[in-house]
Design a protein around this ligand. Structure first.
Ligand code: BGC
Length: 793
């Protein structure tokens, strides 16, 4: 990498900044840049490149690397990522050509919150001036050669990409192609010289630390519908994120338009009401030179359905392929069980996760928002970590959070935060707290204390700011936007659902988060050996808890508001005295029964409710909620054909249609946090709070509900952990594998081990049962694979 600023010799090049009009679309075409140079025999060549806006680089007609949307999203005023590519094999001894294309991306393009800014889009979120910074370092047999971006590059401002924007889409005019523009022989005598901006002030250049956005899968259409003559709707069969590759043929000037949507309207047309100002529209203008394959690159869409109009040819399924893009984090989890809808639910969770990992963790991939909303990531982080290796992705995002922290310590509601950090959209309880909770999740799962050390001061500033404004230990001042337990039962408008009273009292909710973040911070201080802070923040956490009890808890364990959410929060964050906990758990169960075994919780408390039901022995109720087919429930959406997680329980209700359309995403992961419960209870794979990162593994599978078997695994940082169980005629068979150099404690779902099996045959009886706790046999296991058979009671 280039570690110091002085290691960079390149200059920011591009076109002169163009003023933009208000309105859609007001995007100037993507500039093309090129330079030829000659080289001796090449031994090794490394290309360092970044841009304001997005870039693609070509060498001798071939695209460099497989990154998409590079250099990805950071607060460009503070940090700009650069990418490094080994291009040794792409250069030739002799003449070579470098080419680059630039587009708006997050830098100059539309961004969620900026839609509320009246000057937008004239201003751009970070700037409008798209520029390239490139340094090619070649080791040749004659020494080192360096090619940099400078004013010797040539520029062409009217290339085939006539406009590209993440929300709006891309317009590609094949008639404007410059054949061979990125090869040596091209005649660029008509091209201008690139301009250099030597005064440009940008953020620190840093190497990209997380997996790049790449094409991670392809999807082929399952069906073509034709609601009107000449209007074709391709059903991809899967709500996905990315774009389409399409093969087109037609007369010159033919405009083929692709519009993308997640659902169909009642009349069979494309449903786009939930997109806000995002158009999700790509256009290809043909040049009449035979069949060609097109695909946009500087935009992305959330869609299951693609409406294609303007075709000169007959639509057929083979002409179109869905290109799925995501930050390419490796898969770590697997899950399967006897219940097909629960399997589908887990598939939906994973699709939703991938679709919302486009450089940063977004709330949704389709409407004009797509922000790194912190509350959503906070609740989903643990599920995300089971599914994919999130270490690098979240480590990068934590820096985005830090970059967005306000001067007084407030964390943002979303990161990156393209506003001035001191402006609105900061410090919302349950959102801002992600600045403490997500690093803590990384530590719990991956054991990396460096993250905590790097982030320590920042977390402390966040807690101190709340304390400063709230000397009475309730988080009632400096609370920023009051979102609360987002999209809880009270926001459901379907007729057959009684108003649930699901809304947890706001001050109870905010103070619960204050207590939780403070106690996590105290634990972190302890881990890092900061004794004075440990004492001070443990004391603060105790005071908040005491106040919480005075204000919201009655002597019989009942909580103010008597909501499912309130009990779930208080139990999950350990806010109640020991003696009241089981009683509060009983009230929590009552609150579930009161609503006919339905969920009235919102984003933040739903997973907590599920986990607390299990923790206090009400597995049957947790299973009942999970398996519930009637509305509102997870499986209700599956029965409606969902292939991703919906933002709202009632996003679409058969008898009523769509929920309010301006906030109704079909690809929103927050309620998918139930994945955490599934991994931790159906499979029973858990880390040990006291020995993080799976050095000691807790295995607590709980067969329940109508499930007869389940199996799955987690690729922990210490190796593969696998669990499988099967219920059969009064017995349960349990198999586990424990990686090398770890130990595990297995809680068998039985009070005794009938037999230990090897190759299906019983061997010595009951060798490792240590004790029976809550009716469960507890076994301490070393690494290896084990099979047990026990009576299932
Ligand atoms: C987003 C949410 C987010 C919320 C804040 C919404 O528009 O889509 O998921 O957390 O705003 O309340």
């Amino acid at each position: 990498g280039l570690l110091q600023k002085e290691d960079w010799h390149a200059a920011w090049i591009g076109a002169e900044e163009q003023q933009r009009e208000k309105g859609i679309p007001a995007i100037p075409p993507s500039p093309l840049l090129r330079k030829t140079f000659s080289s001796k025999k090449i031994e090794r060549a490394l290309l360092y490149v970044t841009s304001l806006g997005e870039y693609e680089v070509y060498i001798n007609g071939r695209k460099v690397g497989d990154h998409l949307l590079a250099p990805e999203w950071t607060d460009y005023h503070k940090r700009i990522q650069y990418q490094t590519y080994d291009v040794s094999d792409m250069l030739e001894p002799g003449e070579n050509c470098l080419g680059a294309v630039l587009a708006d991306g997050w830098y100059a393009g539309r961004l969620g919150p900026v839609r509320w800014d009246e000057n937008y889009p004239r201003r751009g979120a970070y700037g409008l001036d798209r520029r390239l910074l490139l340094q090619l370092e070649i080791e040749t047999d004659r020494g080192k050669q360096m090619i940099i971006s400078d004013d010797s590059w040539k520029l062409f401002e009217d290339g085939p990409i006539q406009g590209a924007d993440h929300f709006l889409g891309q317009v590609y005019d094949a008639r404007k192609q410059q054949p061979g523009w990125d090869t040596v022989d091209f005649d660029d005598s008509e091209w201008k010289s690139a301009t250099v901006d030597s005064d440009l002030q940008t953020g620190k250049r840093v190497a990209q630390m997380n997996e790049p956005v790449r094409q991670v899968a392809t999807v082929t259409p399952v069906e073509i519908l034709e609601p009107e003559e000449g209007v074709y709707i391709f059903d991809m069969g899967q709500n996905m994120v990315g774009w389409c590759r399409i093969r087109l043929e037609g007369k010159t000037g033919t405009v083929v338009t692709l519009r993308h949507g997640e659902m169909l309207d009642a009349d069979g047309s494309l449903f786009t009401d939930n997109l806000g100002t995002a158009l999700q529209k790509d256009q290809f203008i043909l040049d009449g030179n035979g069949a060609r394959t097109f695909e946009p690159r500087f935009t992305y869409h959330g869609f299951r359905y693609v409406e294609v109009t303007g075709l000169d040819q007959k639509a057929d399924k083979e002409m179109l392929t869905g290109i799925v893009i995501a930050s390419d984090a490796p898969k770590t989890g697997s899950f399967e069980c006897s219940h097909p809808q629960i399997n589908q639910l887990m598939q939906n969770v994973l699709w939703t996760q991938r679709g919302n990992m486009i450089s940063i963790p977004t709330d949704c991939p389709q409407r004009d928002e797509r922000m790194g909303w912190m509350g959503d990531a906070l609740v989903f982080a643990q599920t995300a970590i089971y599914n994919l290796d999130m270490a690098a992705f979240f480590s990068k995002w934590i820096v985005d959070i830090r970059d967005a922290q306000a001067d007084d310590g407030r964390y943002p509601d979303y990161a990156p935060h393209p506003y001035d950090p001191n402006m609105r959209f900061s410090d919302a309880p349950g959102w801002a707290d992600a600045g403490v909770v997500v690093p803590w999740r990384l530590y719990q799962n991956y054991g990396d204390k460096r993250i905590l050390a790097q982030h320590y001061k920042s977390m402390k500033r966040f807690i101190d700011n709340i304390r400063r404004h709230n000397p009475e230990y309730l988080w009632q001042h400096a609370t920023g936007n009051e979102y609360g337990d987002w999209l809880n039962g009270d926001t459901i408008t379907a007729k057959d659902y009684p108003k649930s009273g699901g809304q947890v009292p706001y001050l109870l909710y905010t103070t619960a988060f204050y207590a939780w973040s403070t106690s996590i911070f105290a634990k972190i201080a302890d881990l890092l050996g900061k004794k004075a802070d440990y004492a001070a923040y443990s004391d603060l956490a105790d005071r908040i808890k005491r106040k919480f009890n005075q204000e919201f808890v009655k002597s019989d364990g009942r909580l103010k508001g008597d909501t499912q959410a309130g009990y779930a929060l208080a139990l999950a964050f350990d806010l109640l005295p020991k003696s009241l906990q089981p009683k509060a758990a009983q009230y929590m169960v009552k609150a579930v029964k009161k609503y006919d075994y339905r969920i009235s919780t919102g984003f933040h408390s739903t997973i907590l409710l599920m986990k607390q039901l299990s923790r206090w022995g009400y597995h049957d109720i947790a299973y009942r909620l999970l398996e519930n087919r009637s509305f509102p429930s997870w499986l209700y959406s599956i029965d409606q054909g969902a292939t991703t997680i919906w933002e709202r329980w009632d996003a679409y209700v058969a008898e009523r249609g769509f929920q309010q359309s301006d906030m109704n995403s079909f690809n929103h992961y927050a309620f998918g946090a139930v994945g955490e419960w599934i991994y931790q209870n159906i499979l029973g794979i858990r880390f040990d709070e006291n020995q993080p990162a799976y050095k000691h593994i807790i295995l607590k599978p709980v067969p329940g509900g109508s499930l007869t078997w389940a199996r799955g695994s987690y690729q922990s940082i210490h190796g593969l952990i696998a669990v499988e169980w099967k219920r059969q005629e009064g017995s349960v068979f349990v198999s586990v594998s424990i990686p090398a150099n770890t130990k595990a404690t297995l809680f068998l779902p039985a009070s005794d081990v009938a037999s230990v099996l090897e190759n299906g045959e019983p061997v010595d009886q009951n060798p490792r049962v240590c004790r029976i706790e809550e009716g469960k046999a507890i076994l301490h296991l070393e690494s290896g694979s084990y099979h047990f058979k026990a009576d299932f009671d």
